[in-house]
Each structure stands twice: as C-alpha cells, then as structure tokens.
Write a protein that binds this ligand. Sequence first.
Ligand code: IPD
Ligand code: CA
Ligand code: CA
Length: 303
Amino acid sequence: MSGGGTAAGELVWVPAAAVIAREAGARLREFYAQGVETEYKGDVDLVTVADRTVEKLIHTRMSEAFPEHGIFGEEGTRERLDAEFRWYVDPLDGTTNFAHGFPQFCVSLGLEQRPAGTKPDEDGTLVAGVIYDPMRDELYAAERGRGATLNGRPMHVSRAKDLGEALLATGFPSRKRHASPNVHFYQEFTLRSHGVRRAGSAALDLAYVACGRLDAFWEFNLNPWDTAAGILLVEEAGGRVTDYAGQHYRLASDEILASNGPIHGELMGLFADMFAGRDLAPIPTPREFAERRAKTGTRNIGT
Ligand code: IPD
Ligand code: CA
Ligand code: CA
C-alpha cells in the first residue's frame, strides 16, 4: 500500500484514503447533528471535540492502511516525519462553519513524497489528495499524473478567460486579524469580477476551483493541512497554483493563488498593482456615505 508498482491507470493511495475520508466525514456528520461545544485556540480560531476525535480516527486508520507513512495533522499528530511519504491531515476544515451549523466543511488529506535527503525546510512532491464534503457526499480525489475526479468522474477547471467573467473566493485569517490587508483585495476583486465568495473552508474552495464552480481562489497564511490536497486537485484538473507573484507555491508559502490558468496572469497583475499602491478604486468611507446620504436624502446606494 505504501509504494508504486501498479498497473497503468490504477490508483495507488486514493482508494484507501477515500475510505478513510468517508469514515471521517460520517463521524463529522454525527457530531454536526448532535451539536458540539466550541473552544478557542486563540482569537477566533475555534476547535471542537469533533476536530480532535476525527483526527484521532484518521491517525488510527492511516497507520493501518499506510504503516510506513508519516502524518502531520492540524490538531497535533506528528508521526514518522522522517518517512518518504507524509500525509497532511485537516480532520475538519471549516470549523467555524461547523460550530455554527453552517454546512460548508470537509476532511482534507494530502500526500507528499519526500525522497531521502529532502531537507526539513524543503518541499517534496504532492502525489495524492482527497477532500470529502460530508454534507453533500462529494469526494474529490487526485493522484499526480492521473487527473482529478469528483465522485469518480473526471473533473476540470473552468474555461473563464477574463477576470470580468469570473467567480472568485477568498478567506480571512482567524489569528492576528488586524494585520490582514485582505479586505482591500476583496474589494478590488469584487469590483472586477462576478463576485468573491467567503465560504469558510479553504480546502473546499480549492476543490471548487478544481471542479470549475469557482474560477480562482486566494488567501494569506494558510497551512499545509489546508492546502496540500487542494493544490494537487487544482493542478490535476488543469489549473495553476502559485504565490501572488507567480512563483512556485511551497507548502510554507504565506500566500496562495489558485486558478483555472487563463485568468492567472490578470490576477497576478492586480496583486502587483495593489502591492505597489496602483489601481485602488476609492471606496466611500462610512462617514462620506452618511454625509452624501444626508445631503441627497436618499437611502439608496444606487442613486
Ligand atoms: C480555516 C478554513 C478557513 C480559512 C482559515 C483556515 P479550519 O481552517 O480553511 O476557510 O479562511 O484560514 O484556518 O481552522 O477551519 O481548519
Ligand atoms: Ca483548515
Ligand atoms: Ca481544521
């Protein structure tokens, strides 16, 4: 189960990982139905008994299915980190949604191959990814070089050619919120596209780029357990993943830009302009807005 040597077209890691993701997702559904207490890891970074229990379950199942593989989990699992293969595990991506009863969350399992000699701060190669949305019973999967699937059917990124016809997504940090400039990017991208969604699960955002429901996604300061599986899904579905400047995306990168490919250049151009202070569309401050409204006597923004 832990290495290559299979017939052409046969998937090596996805079948067992998919079984684990489905079992983990079923457990999340049970917790979701019964309701859980919320604890704070910091600021508005939430955690629940579901995050911890499901990470333990995944740890157990992965150790059975892939006894030689390492595991790096959001809730603290650190196992065999010198192994050639390492799973990045997010047992519950979208905890805030989950805790509020907002049905947008998933299990994310991404596999990195780290050949002997890979330095601790070097990336290996992402070779498999599975994301499971238990509320919609949607399983996204990919292995490098073998394409990507949604519930077993091939999936592809969208064909949008321009930002003006694109639907985008982003997310905002749950720690050091005051230091984030992302609301400026949110505004600019909103003005130039069909809209920007903030649905609260970065892994599902990436899966949605991969299957063409979204044309692009960006976010600051994600972690490898949020992104590892989704990056491979996007790439195997024909899309592109870099940092905002178009550099190769590393798991430790603090910016991710994933797109269908054709609109990547336009997105990067806007990031470059904005970081240089160019092209900012002025937004009325609440005070300017209130003054104008008082003068014109109308409550309608459009008039
Ligand atoms: C979070 C979600 C969210 C993103 C946050 C992540 P969690 O993961 O992916 O969409 O905006 O940055 O931390 O904490 O729910 O696993
Ligand atoms: Ca996460
Ligand atoms: Ca999580």
